[in-house]
Design a protein around this ligand. Structure first.
Ligand code: UD1
Length: 422
């Protein structure tokens, strides 16, 4: 298994290109199942999660071709499609559940394995099931698989999600494009990845209004056609690299970055003493003083502070002047990076979903273990500013969501290398 070694050093300066969003791409890829005509995605990220979705779509009978070193993904689902998403692939990645809505819409039935437990919480699928049931699906859990069928296809419905789940919103959005009649989804998620999916579906001929707000209306159509769509910028990769100069000084421009993707995060950076300037090329970030100020964070659905940036922000606040309180409201078990940061000299007290971080002046390099995707990158960021060498083990989590991290940080002056394991 690969490890990454980071040696804390001086300021970082230069440009970091931001890739297309993993979470958008994972929702866009299953949309190919909605049409017999080709769907091509450009600006796709090169990540292991995308390989997993590719394998899943291929196992269902879709053709997936990667071009330009993986940045372009051409898909076609004109052949026979299998309705069964197997446990062996689904267990690797929860986003595999995004084939449920498209399969039901196209075939009227689907058998999709439940994703199973995940390091950051239980992550059930009840919200997906309730919404699709409201649209006329009958769904039963048998031997770990959701068996879903419809009587003559899905029907439009008015449904309110109990929680604005990103995945449930995406499944309903895709399913409703081919349902009979109009679907109104209330308390829908408003994340930029939802808007990106709706944009792509509209290019394919879907009739959707209200995406980006909490009520989305979808008028079902008889068929969707092919399209080409660029994947939106990854706001989580963007936020992660924006933090690099906050840790160790310097000035970094994140190419392709936009404040509207990440407004709540930028407000907290400002309060912590970090300056963000929007320019034509992206977002330029630098620290105002030598020391970061403490700030309190509560994670919330978009447009609130994203849970996927909580670990990285906690790593930064470990070095702040004062005490910060971070409250995790989306996932019940998402502080697994805290004990690793403590091994590097941080002072963090976790009580349930609340972490109190007492800032220290310096952290020290240590061997640490990455426990999930965002936790792994938070340890790399901490290593950038720590004294000595930080060895981040088990970086396969990192490769799920960050392409070429050592190259991107190395190019702006970080001392970082990957050690390839067995
Ligand atoms: C997506 C993102 C993930 C991000 C999360 C929250 C992708 C591929 N992943 O995950 O990176 O951290 O949004 O912004 O886009 N829940 C239920 N029942 C359900 C569905 C969800 O209780 O049927 C709960 C989950 O356990 C969790 C919360 O709702 O506590 C948020 O989940 P959701 O918004 O669905 O996240 P994902 O779509 O899985």
């Amino acid at each position: 298994m690969d490890s990454i070694i980071v040696t804390g050093n001086g300021p970082l300066n230069g440009d970091i290109p931001i890739a297309g969003a993993k979470n958008a791409c994972l929702a866009l890829m299953p949309a190919t199942l909605l049409s017999e005509e080709p769907l091509t995605l450009t600006n796709a990220p090169r990540l292991s999660d995308i390989k997993t979705m590719t394998a899943l779509l291929e196992s269902l009978g879709a053709e997936v071709t990667k071009m330009q070193d993986g940045k372009v993904i051409a898909m076609a689902s004109h052949g026979e499609i299998s309705p069964v998403a197997d446990y062996d692939i689904v267990r690797k990645m929860r986003a595999s559940n995004l084939v449920l809505g498209p399969l039901l819409a196209r075939m009227g039935h689907a058998v999709v394995s439940l994703p199973g437990g995940c390091a950051i919480g239980a992550r059930p699928m009840d919200l997906h099931v309730d919404a699709l049931t409201a649209m006329g699906a009958e769904i039963e859990l048998k031997e770990g698989y959701l068996h879903a069928k419809t009587n003559g296809g899905l029907k439009g419905a008015v449904h309110e999600l109990r929680f604005a789940s990103v995945g449930a919103t995406e499944n309903v959005l895709m399913a409703a494009t081919l349902a009979k009649g109009t679907t109104v989804l209330k308390n829908a998620a408003r994340e930029p990845e939802i808007v990106d999916l709706a944009d792509c579906l509209r290019k394919m001929g879907a009739q959707i209004e209200g995406d980006g707000t909490s009520t989305i209306e979808i008028q079902g159509v008889d068929r969707l056609h092919g399209a080409t769509h660029p994947v939106v910028t990854d706001r989580i990769e963007l936020g992660t690299y924006m933090l690099a100069p906050a840790f160790c000084g310097g000035e970094v421009t994140c190419l392709g970055g936009r404040i509207d993707l990440i407004g709540a995060f930028c407000e907290k950076l400002d309060a912590a003493g970090i300056e963000v300037t929007e320019c034509a090329r992206g977002l330029t970030v630098k620290r105002r003083g030598d020391r970061i100020k403490a700030v309190d964070i509560v994670t919330e659905p978009f447009p609130g502070f994203p849970t996927d940036l909580q670990a990285q922000m906690m790593a930064l606040l470990c070095l702040a002047d004062g005490t910060s309180v971070l409250e995790e409201k989306i996932f019940e078990n998402r502080f697994m990076h805290a004990p690793e940061l403590v091994r590097m000299g941080a002072n963090i007290d976790v009580q349930g979903g609340v972490a109190t971080v007492h800032g220290v002046e310096k952290m020290k390099g240590a061997p640490v273990m990455a426990t999930d995707l965002r936790a792994s990158v938070s340890l790399i960021l901490a290593g950038l500013a720590a004294e000595g060498e930080t060895i981040v083990n088990r970086v396969y989590h990192l490769d799920r969501g960050y392409e070429r991290v050592e190259e991107k940080l190395g190019n702006v002056g970080a001392k970082i290398e990957r050690i390839t394991g067995q």
